[in-house]
Design a protein. Structure first.
Length: 526
């Protein structure tokens, strides 16, 4: 008989002559053969029955499955945001170039600003730049289903509420738009490729929408609000700004790529990301007072780090070398800036050379030795998530979260969260926004989400906790959200007045679309 382990034949000996424990005894051979047959039968039975018990497909649904899993004692920390993302539905849109919304070659809105602070009237507001040069405003009325609805009542239907309202502002290519909520000031930056100096010129405009509270109530104003807004009294009177402050920068060849205002709780400060470094503006009484946070270009007369050092090469040469060293180490081609949430004096600046600088604006640039970390690619966006973590995104499909406590200066930082499904091969001007206010109060500890435009014209919703791409309802539907001409350049999370959940607003072509948590028209509310 063949021995299975030794692969050799052996002779079977009768039980009367063979030892009791001998493997070649006839009795032991029979027992071993019976066990092998039982094992084969058991394996066949397992193969037949292994597909009888399957994980129910309903458990893959974020809402129903998540609730059942919680009943079973399984807690998924991403359940709140996954449920919110899966329930995103298109809730209408506002076209800023009527008649061109169906044109495939229509230009994508480059900048927009959504405001949802007006709880008194229940009207949201949006400013957009459909042609990149003018600022056009519109109100955002929503109904009980969170849909944009300009005809919810007869008065609203008969009013001019749906009219577009253009501000008296004309600039060259507008590059950014940001808002300081506490003061109500809106900042616009633009660049003129053919400036007066023969090179790129930077332009800045401040304006504040006219406030309705400044008008005294009387029969005339009541009739005005009825005709214009269907009886509602919005906080902002769009299209009738009292004026703006405009000035151009004196630096030759300066291009402002982005602007960021300090959080509402802090003092009024503005940081500008430019191709020559980072600039700072403020406070309110001296908006035109622009100072360099980083080493200014061609700073021959600026203080240096070692300007007074004496060595054998002489004071002048040491000063020139120190200035050259400072300018070489200073951030250049900055595309993204953001304030640290815990301090209005500390900012992060992301650059084309993949560096992310942590800058303390209280330290003069000629004395500073700021930390910097290296991202995998050029940094198009940088967002400060909390005191210790930042998110960086850019070309080469590179988006990651870093913990600034563990990075080594001058070396590529090791991400704590990666986003492997993010796709952006080469775009620097592309939309991105972050929120922690979805899926319950504060995200219920789930970390929030980031909405990022991708190079195929779509938008992805990603978990900040794990980096995975979440199923996002109508946002994932290319028939409802896809930029036909290029990429989505601007998007924003904002909670509308009288609504419970934060919504996502996306500029697609000349249309600003609203996506909110809800159900389809043919579905029933739970």
């Amino acid at each position: 008989m063949l021995h299975e382990e030794k692969k050799r034949y052996f002779k079977i000996e009768a039980g009367g002559t063979a030892p009791n424990k001998a493997a070649w005894s006839a009795e032991n051979v029979k027992k071993r053969k019976a066990k092998q047959q039982l094992a084969v039968q058991e394996q066949k039975r397992l193969e037949k029955t292994k597909n009888l018990i399957k994980r129910s497909s309903v458990l893959a649904h974020p809402q129903v499955g998540g609730r059942l899993l919680r009943e079973f004692g399984v807690v998924d920390p991403e359940l709140p945001v996954a449920s919110w993302a899966a329930g995103l539905r298109e809730k209408g849109g506002i076209c800023f170039l009527p008649g061109q919304e169906w044109m495939e070659d229509a230009r994508n809105i480059s900048c927009m600003l959504i405001d949802g602070e007006d709880e008194a009237s229940g009207l949201g507001a949006v400013y957009a730049t459909p042609d990149g040069q003018h600022v056009v405003g519109s109100y955002i009325p929503t109904d009980k289903d969170d849909k944009i609805n300009f005809a919810e009542t007869d008065q609203m239907r008969a009013s001019r509420l749906a009219n577009l309202r253009e501000e008296d502002i004309h600039m060259h290519e507008i590059t950014s738009m940001t808002h300081h909520k506490r003061s109500g000031i809106i900042l616009l930056t633009s660049m003129d490729p053919d400036g007066a100096s023969g090179s790129t010129d930077a332009e800045i405009t401040f304006f504040r929408p006219r406030l309705s509270m400044l008008s005294a109530p009387n029969p005339a104003t009541a009739g005005f609000y009825r005709r214009e807004f269907g009886g509602r009294k919005p906080a902002w009177l769009l299209g009738s700004g009292p004026g703006q402050m405009y000035f151009s920068m004196s630096v030759r060849g300066l291009a402002i790529n982005a602007a960021r205002m300090c959080p509402a709780s802090g003092a009024f400060n503005i940081v500008l990301a430019t191709n020559h470094g980072v600039m700072r503006m403020g406070p309110m009484d001296s908006l035109s007072d622009v100072k360099w946070v980083t080493t200014p270009p061609a700073s021959a007369g600026a203080p240096s780090r070692r300007g007074g050092e004496k060595n054998r090469k002489g004071r002048a040469r040491a000063r020139a070398e120190a200035e050259a060293e400072a300018e070489a180490a200073s951030p250049r081609d900055v595309y993204g800036v953001d304030f640290q949430p815990s301090s209005e004096h500390v900012i992060y600046a992301g650059c084309r050379d993949s560096k992310i600088h942590r800058i303390d604006m209280r330290v003069p640039y000629w004395e500073a030795d700021w930390d910097w970390y290296r991202h995998h690619s050029a940094v198009a966006h940088v967002r400060s998530l909390d005191h210790n973590q930042i998110l960086a995104a850019g070309p080469k499909s590179s988006m990651a979260i870093y913990d600034v406590r563990w990075g080594k200066k001058g070396k590529e930082a090791m991400p704590v969260v990666r986003f492997p499904e993010y796709r952006n091969a080469a775009h620097l001007q592309i939309g991105l926004d972050v929120t922690h206010d979805v899926g319950g109060v504060g995200g219920l500890g789930c970390g929030g989400v980031v909405a990022a435009a991708m190079d195929d014209g779509t938008v992805g919703i990603f978990s900040l906790r794990s980096g995975r791409k979440l199923k996002a309802g109508d946002v994932d539907n290319p028939e409802k959200l896809k930029a036909a001409n290029g990429v989505v350049k601007t998007l924003q999370f904002e909670k509308m007045p009288w609504e419970k959940e934060t919504s996502l607003f996306v500029g697609v072509g000349p249309v600003v679309k609203k996506f909110s948590f809800g159900v389809d028209d043919d579905d029933e509310e739970w």
